[in-house]
Design a protein around this ligand. Structure first.
Ligand code: SF4
Length: 326
């Protein structure tokens, strides 16, 4: 099968599928005022999702990440996961969640064919967690991590948006946690979107601060996994878990781009910070449109740019990360 390749020779095996833009959290850097419906257009139906994943699976995509908003707020979330994991050529199905339902759903999530889970935890301090997310749910979220480990979901990755003056002092807390917890904690540089400029200017911190502390403490860089995301992983012999860094502002961050995104309304985003949503929904009406859909996807790849242009202050047309699941 001919892989999906862009004009820069990058191969795309990984698709991030947003199944809803609804989220029940109010993270300060994303939805500080909570979720507000932006459109009357309904979210992708299960048959539309089956058709779009089928098409991508026949042009070289084998890893699907189910994202949101918060994907587990959709009542048919497990059915969607089942549908995706049963499609031939799809070898890996992962989930990104804020884990508010993870403790109760972990077993069903595994049974639905999801193997890997990314969980957003911006602080291990209950008050700080509440301040960032607007929710007093740290205990529930941590119970979700433990249950996910118990049922054998793996790998378990924890996403921490690195926030100056808020959680940048918590590295030791997270290090103590991964000494015995076999999870990968990844510090993600705060990214500017079209509506968080002031917050970004006040709280953005380069991940190099964390990197220097890790290297200084004997952590060593680990191999990147096949189909892996953008994280640079570090390991230490005395720790069960690992630490990852996702640094979109770092040099050559986009050189290894391997992922595309589908919004919850069926549009293709060639880049997280792109300026366009390329509608595909008109090609999801019947199974007979599959070849036309595959051709459209292959043609759209020619429009992919070499990188984001965040350094030039170009943040694209994305109001907040919940619209495309980061
Ligand atoms: S910013 Fe865009 S080009 Fe860069 S890695 Fe992310 S999706 Fe790819």
């Amino acid at each position: 099968m001919k892989p999906l390749v862009d004009p820069f020779g990058r191969t795309f095996c990984y698709l991030r599928l947003s199944i809803t833009d609804v989220c029940n959290f109010r993270c300060q850097y994303c939805l500080p005022n909570g979720y507000k419906r932006q459109t009357e257009e309904p979210e992708l139906s299960q048959s539309e999702i089956r058709r779009i994943i089928h098409a991508f699976s026949e042009v070289g995509v084998w890893k699907i990440r189910i994202t949101g908003g918060e994907p587990t707020v959709r009542s048919d979330f497990l059915d969607i996961a089942n549908t995706i994991s049963s499609i031939p050529n799809i070898r890996k199905v992962a989930l990104t969640t804020n884990a508010f339902r993870l403790a109760q759903l972990a077993k069903d999530i595994k049974r639905a064919g999801i193997s890997a889970v990314n969980i957003s935890i911006d602080s291990l301090n209950p008050e700080q967690f509440h301040q960032v997310t607007g929710k007093k749910m740290l205990d529930k979220v941590l119970a979700g991590v433990d249950e996910a480990l118990n049922v054998g979901l793996s790998p378990i990755k924890v996403n921490v948006v690195l926030l100056k003056h808020i959680n940048d002092h918590e590295l030791d807390l997270f290090l103590d946690w991964v000494r015995y917890k076999p999870v990968s904690v990844r510090f993600i540089e705060l990214m500017q979107t079209s509506d968080n400029k002031d917050y970004f200017n006040h709280h953005h911190l380069s991940a190099s601060v964390i990197r220097d502390r890790l290297v200084g403490a004997g952590w060593v860089r680990a191999q990147r996994e096949s189909g892996g995301g953008p994280a640079v992983e570090f390991k230490h012999p005395e720790y069960s878990g690992s630490i990852g860094l996702i640094a979109p502002y770092s040099k050559d961050f986009c050189a290894s781009c391997n992922r595309l995104r589908i919004t919850s309304r069926g549009a293709l985003r060639l880049c997280l910070f792109g300026t366009a949503n390329h509608p595909l929904r008109h090609l999801l009406k019947s199974d007979s449109q599959k070849e036309e859909l595959k051709e459209e996807i292959i043609n759209l790849l020619y429009r992919k740019k070499a990188s984001h242009f965040l350094h030039d202050g170009q943040v694209g047309n994305m109001a907040n990360l919940s619209t495309v699941g980061g």
